[in-house]
Design a protein around this ligand. Structure first.
Ligand SMILES: Nc1ncnc2c1ncn2[C@@H]1O[C@H](COP(=O)(O)OP(=O)(O)OP(=O)(O)O)[C@@H](O)[C@H]1O
Ligand SMILES: Cc1cn([C@H]2C[C@H](O)[C@@H](COP(=O)(O)O)O2)c(=O)[nH]c1=O
Length: 682
């Protein structure tokens, strides 16, 4: 126990506003906001233009739209990694201003030239330029924002990048509806909504150039060298080597690639799909906007709504649900319903997206995390290009079909059928992912969803810690103290710094609470008061011993933690274990152990090993048997985080099994020294 209390982390509530309060960053953010809005508008306009230029041919329209997406993605596949290195060699502010001016010029030229050739050429050039702009921007942010606000800066940057998509969609739809009125104001103004959108896009880049020009805070000269000098091929090979060892990561990547394939099919076919349903550019804008609105809702609220749900299950389940809605989208030929369906589809895709990336960050160890992300991103780009190229070919090959059943006439065109196939593939991949990563095999998905919505047991939501946190749990006399001491010794021999503590009583305050809680002289305490006293001990233990130890990178072992409360005060005292667990989650700010070792012994045997009995140990055997069953239930819910060991074996046998399990933990020094072995949680 440290002599003085650690300084608590500052509450993060105001952090997002904080970063935008920095004037230089706010200026850069404003420019990002406008150029992202313009960019989305440009994307909608160029796809609509591609369709206009097709002259009404179904096949040509599909290929033309796909061409726009491919033109936008292809440069990133080949030029992405090199562009970062080149950008680092130039003065960042000048580079960004020049790129913005050139992008503006290119967007102005598209409606003037008005040919397919120039549309694609301009798109490729814009993308190439953006590949130089983005690393220059990334490198500039740390110059404008203090280190501790970098994460918030990333959050608000993402908000600018994706949050503007639905606004652009609304704007595009409005432009389509108001283009006639705009042209009536003056003959000099363009009458075509696509042209207007492209000019607005150009203006947004001019605004960005003007803003960045005034950002004197960006230091002159070239940026420091980034670590992006691996090409896509190398990144793929290195990344695959790193991830191929883990079933979970494989499941995750299969799922993410599946999600992006389905998304690619929808994006690539959306314009023709809308056309098939009788909609025009305005409807396309609305549909596009509702996907992104759904996506934003999924990203923002999904993790909160499903906070108590196993992330692994959530990922597969969300992906499968998106697939189901994709199938519905293809089958229901109704434009209005489609808008709602794509919003829900987008929300579940958003949940899968955010859960997938969060898990990737959590499941992969620090030394290979960057590489794994680079691998996944390269794979996603390649998948998107492939799907955007293949989906329209399939749609065009299927062509337009009309089915008549007596009085009912059904029109199913290539776009719908391709979306249907994409939906079925998403359902299939989602189910594979779900089964690859499924935890808690004995708990049904439905009961898990219900429990999660009620805020029950089971999820891993706490902030990431640097060190390793191991908890020992079990009934009385099961051998927790014996085994935790033996494990601490073994870990120290392995070169780890170990903090061995216990509950109740791991702090000075806790020692006093322990006396109250376990002393016979205390007599009967109300079960709720008892639960709160244990929670108070735990809150202070986490705050002053466990968290600081983990922040230092130590291995923290605790003899009992929050499952004891769910078992003793919940099942033992017959309170609701879920409610008791909720108090513990609040007390610990959802700090979950990396691994919980449950030593299981029939209550009678454990009690028989004790020399004397304290206030709780003195409870009847039935009380302790309820406690034992609750522990077993909790462990069954999350078999990957719990290791249940039969405590009736000899001390040595138990110790060998515990060491074998702990030795697998990827964050142990011994595993970091042997990078080829056991890098991931299995
Ligand atoms: N595997 C075992 N077989 C037989 N006896 C054991 C075994 N492990 C521990 N013991 C003995 O049982 C008693 C209780 O062990 P220990 O204190 O390690 O258990 P505990 O789970 O921490 O108990 P409590 O919950 O009461 O603190 C001790 O006398 C210990 O020597
Ligand atoms: C943490 C915790 C503990 N208890 C009970 C379980 C035991 O009877 C004692 C602790 O004694 P030990 O010898 O240190 O195992 O307290 C509980 O009822 N609730 C809890 O949260």
């Amino acid at each position: 126990m440290p002599a003085s209390l650690p300084t608590p982390a500052a509450p993060a509530q105001d952090a997002r506003r904080g970063v935008l309060a920095i004037p230089a960053f706010r200026k850069l953010w404003n420019s990002m906001l406008f150029s992202s809005l313009g960019d989305w508008l440009g994307l909608l306009a160029t796809t609509a233009l591609a369709q206009q230029l097709s002259g009404g041919s179904y096949a040509t329209a599909n290929f033309a739209i796909a061409g726009v997406f491919i033109a936008r993605l292809l440069p990133a596949v080949f030029l992405g990694p090199i562009a970062g290195v080149i950008a680092d060699r130039f003065d960042r502010r000048r580079l960004m201003v020049s790129v913005d001016l050139m992008r503006a010029g290119l967007y102005i030229s598209i409606p003037i030239v008005h040919t397919y050739f120039w549309l694609y050429t301009a798109m490729i050039l814009v993308e190439c330029l953006t590949l130089f702009w983005s690393p220059a921007k990334e490198a500039s942010v740390p110059n404008l924002v203090p280190r501790d606000k970098l994460e918030n800066a990333n959050q608000v940057s993402l908000l600018a990048a994706y949050g503007t998509a639905p606004i652009a969609a609304i704007l595009f739809s409005l432009l389509t509806l108001l283009s006639g009125a705009i042209a009536a104001i003056s003959p000099l103004l363009p009458s075509n909504s696509v042209d207007i959108a492209l000019y607005i896009n150009a203006l947004s880049f001019l605004f960005a150039a003007w803003t960045i020009r005034g950002l004197k805070e960006i230091p002159k000269g070239s940026a420091s060298k980034s670590n992006k000098d691996e090409n896509v091929g190398q990144s793929l090979i290195q990344g695959w080597k790193a991830v191929s060892e883990s079933k979970i990561i494989r499941g995750l990547i299969i799922g993410m690639v599946g999600a992006f394939s389905a998304a690619g099919a929808v994006i690539g076919l959306a314009r023709t799909f809308v056309g098939d349903l009788g909609g025009g550019d305005a409807a396309y804008g609305v549909l596009f906007g509702s996907v992104f609105t759904g996506l934003a809702i999924g990203i923002a609220f999904g993790p909160k709504v499903f906070a108590q749900f196993s992330r692994r299950r959530l990922f597969g389940a969300a992906l499968t649900t998106s697939g189901v809605f994709l199938v519905l989208l293809a089958l229901i030929s109704n434009l209005v319903l489609s808008v709602f369906i794509v919003a829900i589809l987008g929300a579940f895709s958003g949940i899968a997206w955010v859960t997938g990336f969060t898990m990737l960050g959590m499941e992969v160890t620090d030394d290979v995390r960057g590489r794994t992300f680079a691998f996944v991103q390269s794979l996603i780009r390649i998948t998107l290009v492939a799907v955007l190229a293949i989906a329209p070919i399939i749609a065009a090959t299927i062509g337009e079909h009309r089915y008549e059943f007596q009085t009912i006439v059904l029109n199913y065109n290539g776009a719908q059928i391709t979306i249907l196939i994409a939906g079925l593939i998403a359902v299939l991949i989602g189910s594979v992912s779900y089964h690859q990563m499924k935890d808690r095999p004995t708990v049904s998905l439905w009961s898990d969803i219900l429990a999660a919505l009620q805020g029950e047991l089971g999820a891993i939501t706490g902030a990431q810690a640097k060190g390793i946190f191991i908890a020992f749990e079990g009934g009385e006399g099961t051998g927790k103290s014996t085994q935790s001491q033996l494990l601490a010794k073994w870990l120290e021999q392995e070169g780890e710094t170990v903090v061995l503590s216990r509950e109740p009583g791991g702090t000075d305050l806790g020692k006093d609470l322990r006396k109250i809680l376990l002393g016979h002289e205390t007599g009967i305490i109300s079960p709720r008061a008892e639960a709160l006293l244990y929670a108070a001990d735990r809150a202070h233990h986490v705050f002053s011993v466990i968290r600081p130890g983990l922040d230092r990178g130590d291995v923290v072992i605790t003899d009992r933690y929050f499952d004891s409360s769910a078992a003793y005060q919940g099942a033992g005292r017959v309170l609701n274990p879920s409610e008791v667990a909720r108090i513990s989650r609040w007390a610990t700010e959802s700090l979950y152990p990396t691994l919980t070792i449950l030593i299981d012994v029939p209550a009678e045997i454990g009690l028989g090993r004790l020399q004397s009995r304290d206030r709780l140990e003195a409870e009847p055997t039935e009380f302790h048997e309820r406690v034992r069953q609750e522990f077993l239930q909790i462990a069954m819910m999350d078999p990957e985080r719990y290791f249940v060991v039969d405590g009736t074996q000899t001390v040595e046998e138990i110790q060998t099994q515990i060491i074998a399990r702990v030795a697998e933990l990827p964050a142990l020094k011994r595993n970091a020294d042997e990078p080829k072995k056991k890098r991931f949680r299995k």
